[in-house]
Design a protein around this ligand. Structure first.
Ligand code: GTP
Ligand code: MG
Length: 401
């Protein structure tokens, strides 16, 4: 297990929210205000298109903050142990507001030994003082005062943990509809999605119906290249659920046709499992039969450790779809490397306009690196192309291929 926890947040003020009106930007620096999002449309495709258009606006306003200030070892070592590194996966937690994404993410960090009991006790007290007793686990991921007071994630929280075969970066997306642009930026960095569904009476229904975030998040995730979904049916411990098999089956059977229609192959790409994020049950170890007699499947850590994502070849041709660009003493493009390795000094091609460019520098998260491989989210500074000549969706490619 890694001993370092790091939480970065891409910050954005709320847009069309009525509930969260008293945004007062607790942070020291002024923030650019993202333009209001188009209203959610009945026509889901149009809704998604407009959300994706808003990505352009959103990424410009991105601020990445180091909440803890620790540079994770794996990032420092990025260039040193290329061969013996475990595989790395980005996992985004998505789903309707209050489904338990931050609680589950926080519990993962606790179970993987990164948060000690004393810190948990401190959070319990703080949550109690804020009359949000049950939110203490979420405080591990929700680090700003604003998020803690409201009990809602605003910025994408980022943390790291490891299982036997895999190093994970967890991206904890906000569920509230006002922060969909932040959710998009989280999902666009991920290979695997953990879709958190609340099994609590009435909560699954609210999240799933029109206007709920469950459907929109699934469709966005699929569009943004999240190839595998782990659907965790959460809050199984809750008094209205009590590890009911009928409730689990009901949710699975209602979700399955929708996941199919969103483009997921439910046999190969989707796995359902019951958990309690708050109690940490069926997460690191399988649920005890005395709690849930009918579940014979794996626990969350096992599922994540064995999830197979499309092979990415570090020696293959460079392919990096550009999600955004900006000017910063050169032209900087942002995206996730899908194949190949980008090195400082490389000559590459921007497609489809066939612009020959040279890589001036590569940045992974906030760290400058000499090279970055498949699956990494990077900012690449280029010479030889004007920012205006690049559009989101263009692809940075090898010259010869
Ligand atoms: P947003 O960030 O606002 O989208 O919410 P979220 O999905 O991150 O939910 P969060 O983790 O903040 O939890 C919301 C509420 O659900 C809190 O009161 C949690 O204690 C509660 N909760 C989360 N997981 C569980 C669970 O497994 N069981 C029970 N009983 N409550 C849970
Ligand atoms: Mg949250």
């Amino acid at each position: 297990m890694t001993g370092d926890v790091r939480m970065d947040h891409a910050a954005h003020p709320p847009t069309d929210d009525e509930e969260i009106q008293d945004w007062n930007g607790d942070c020291d620096e002024p923030m650019e205000v993202a333009a209001p999002l188009p209203a959610a449309s009945e026509d889901s495709n149009r809704g998604i298109e407009s959300r994706l258009e808003s990505l352009q606006l959103e990424t410009k306003a991105t601020h990445v903050k180091d909440k803890v200030g620790v540079v994770p070892k794996e990032v420092e070592d990025l260039n040193d142990h290329e061969e013996d590194r475990k595989r790395h996966l980005n996992v985004v937690f998505i789903g309707h507001v209050d489904a338990g994404k931050s609680t589950t993410g926080g519990q993962i960090l606790f179970l993987s030994g990164q948060v000690d009991d004393r810190t948990i006790q401190k959070y319990e007290k703080e949550a109690k003082d804020k009359s949000r007793e049950s939110w203490y686990m979420a405080y591990i991921m929700d680090t700003s005062e604003e998020e803690r007071v409201k009990g809602k994630t605003v910025e994408v929280g980022r943390a790291h943990f490891e299982t036997e075969n895999t190093r994970f970066t967890i991206l904890d997306a906000p569920g509230h509809k006002s922060y969909v642009p932040n959710m998009i930026s989280g999902a666009s960095q991920a290979d695997v999605g953990v879709l958190v569904i609340s099994a609590r009476k009435g909560e699954f229904e609210t999240g799933y119906e029109k206007g709920g975030q469950t459907r929109e998040h699934v469709q966005l995730a699929k569009t943004l290249g999240v190839s595998k979904l782990v659907v965790v049916v959460n809050k199984m411990d809750e008094p209205t659920v009590q590890w009911s098999r009928d409730r689990f089956d009901e949710i699975e059977s209602k979700m399955t046709p929708f996941l199919k229609s969103s483009g997921y192959n439910v046999k190969k790409d989707v796995q359902f499992l019951p958990i309690s994020g708050l109690a940490g049950i069926n997460m690191k170890t399988r649920v005890d039969k005395s709690i849930c007699s009918w579940w014979n499947g794996p626990c969350l850590f096992e599922v994540l450790d064995s999830v197979e994502v499309p092979l990415r070849d570090p020696k293959g041709p460079v392919r990096m779809p550009i999600i955004d660009k900006y000017k910063d003493m050169g032209t900087v493009v942002m995206g996730k490397i899908e194949s190949g390795t980008i090195h400082e000094g490389d000559s590459l091609l921007v497609m489809p306009n066939k612009a020959n460019v040279k890589v001036l520098s590569v940045q992974c998260d906030e760290n400058k690196v000499k090279q970055a491989g498949p699956g990494e989210n990077v900012r690449v500074k280029l010479a030889g192309v004007e920012e205006d000549d690049i559009l989101a969706g263009f692809v940075l490619s090898s010259v010869g291929n």
